[in-house]
Design a binder for this molecule. Structure first.
Ligand code: NAD
Length: 361
């Protein structure tokens, strides 16, 4: 029998509800926390849906602010803040993907108000105490236990409207949290189990969702998988993959979940050369020889974006991207070797499969 290693664990208190219709679940959560003046946040494109949800929840929602923007710009938070204070709100509800959850987190940090998150993608932000926001074109990330939403409501009906392309890329973003958790230096037996389970639910569920975007069972299974992957993102440190995505998103303006989708097979292949044993369980779930090859084939079968070129990155930017990615690197099981990273970026830019030898030599 293998022995449980010495490890430390920190768990945040999250109340999560799965599968129930959203409005009564939010109303019950507000009531159980004795909250009666909630502000509901959404994007402008989802204003009507947010208003309908507010009406269904009832008088405990006192204002709807459909002003969230991609990547949670600080100026939007500062515009929303006086409106939240003016409404004398005692709670925040965020309805949307990671960008709306981010606005809820930023406002919760400013006001100390409790936050009920209603996620509509698989990004996983709703179960982390991490906030990414943009200011003057720069993305910064901070961690604080106060950023963690207190309640999360997963209603599969809300995610049926997520188009196939965003379903796939936000789920591959979640899968990236799981893959990097498997080799995180601060991983522990619980996070490794959660990561693998999350990956299993997503890998089994996504093809079914793509057959029928309104399959509530498959949608709920993927929500659960995304939840598990998000949980591990909040528990352990991320490595090369998240560093490269943040570099390409922050410095070259590449879209968030699509960049995750393109890079995941390559970054996993890079690290698999150093820690094949830690990624073997993921390869087994993917029924592939290696996790890198399995992820590439999986993403291809789901019609995920395959190349950084198609996302708008110029080939001339690859050298600078490799330079930036090796500056202040995140903890990673394999040292960041610039020639190997440059080769990785070239393959990801062109849409080629990951190098079988993991970008050695
Ligand atoms: P998003 O919130 O930016 O939304 C992407 C698009 O999908 C938007 O146009 C949105 O209107 C649309 N959309 C969302 N849900 C929909 C639905 N059900 N039906 C139809 N359209 C829908 O995308 P995301 O991938 O969820 O989030 C990305 C952001 O989240 C990034 O800024 C990223 O940095 C952040 N993020 C943060 C964490 C964290 O822990 N802090 C984790 C993951 C992602």
């Amino acid at each position: 029998m293998t022995q449980i290693p010495t490890f430390a664990l920190r768990l945040s208190a999250i109340r999560a509800r799965f599968g129930e219709p959203c409005a009564p679940a939010v109303a019950a959560a507000l009531q159980s926390l004795s909250l009666s003046r909630a502000v509901l946040l959404a994007t402008p494109g989802h204003a009507a849906q947010a208003q309908a949800l507010a009406t269904e929840i009832g008088p405990a929602v006192v204002a709807v602010l459909p002003m969230a923007q991609m990547h949670t710009p600080v100026e939007v938070t500062l515009q929303a803040l006086p409106q939240v204070l003016g409404a004398q709100a005692d709670a925040l509800i965020s309805l949307g993907g990671g960008s709306v959850t981010g606005l809820g987190k930023a406002l919760a940090l400013h006001t100390g108000l409790p936050h009920i998150a209603v996620p509509t993608t698989h990004a996983g932000s709703e179960v982390t105490g991490i906030l990414g926001q943009t200011e003057a074109g720069r993305k910064t990330t901070q961690s604080d236990p106060h950023l963690q939403p207190q309640v999360v409501i997963y209603d599969p009906r809300l995610i049926t409207s997520l188009p196939a392309a965003l379903t796939v890329t936000s789920a591959l973003n979640a899968l990236a949290h799981a893959a990097e958790a498997l080799y995180a230096p601060d991983r522990n037996p619980l996070t490794s189990t959660l990561a693998l389970q999350g990956a299993q639910w997503l890998i089994a569920g996504l093809p079914k969702v793509l057959e029928n975007l309104h399959d509530l069972e498959a949608r709920a299974n993927c929500q659960y998988g995304g939840f598990l992957c998000g949980l591990v993102l909040g528990q352990v440190g991320m490595g090369l993959h998240h560093k490269l995505c943040h570099t390409l998103g922050g410095s070259f303006g590449l879209p968030h979940s699509q960049t995750h989708a393109v890079l995941l097979a390559h970054t996993v292949a890079y690290n698999e050369a150093a820690v094949p044993d830690l990624l073997a369980p993921l390869a087994a779930v993917l029924r592939a020889k290696t996790a890198g090859q399995g992820l590439f084939a999986f993403a291809q079968a789901l019609n995920a974006p395959q190349s950084l070129r198609a996302l708008g990155l110029r080939e001339a930017d690859l050298d600078r991207a490799a330079d930036l990615a090796t500056q202040s690197p995140y903890p990673n099981p394999r040292p960041l070797e610039k020639p190997a990273l440059r080769a990785l970026l070239q393959a990801a830019w062109a849409g080629h499969p990951p190098h079988i030898r993991g970008y050695h030599g």
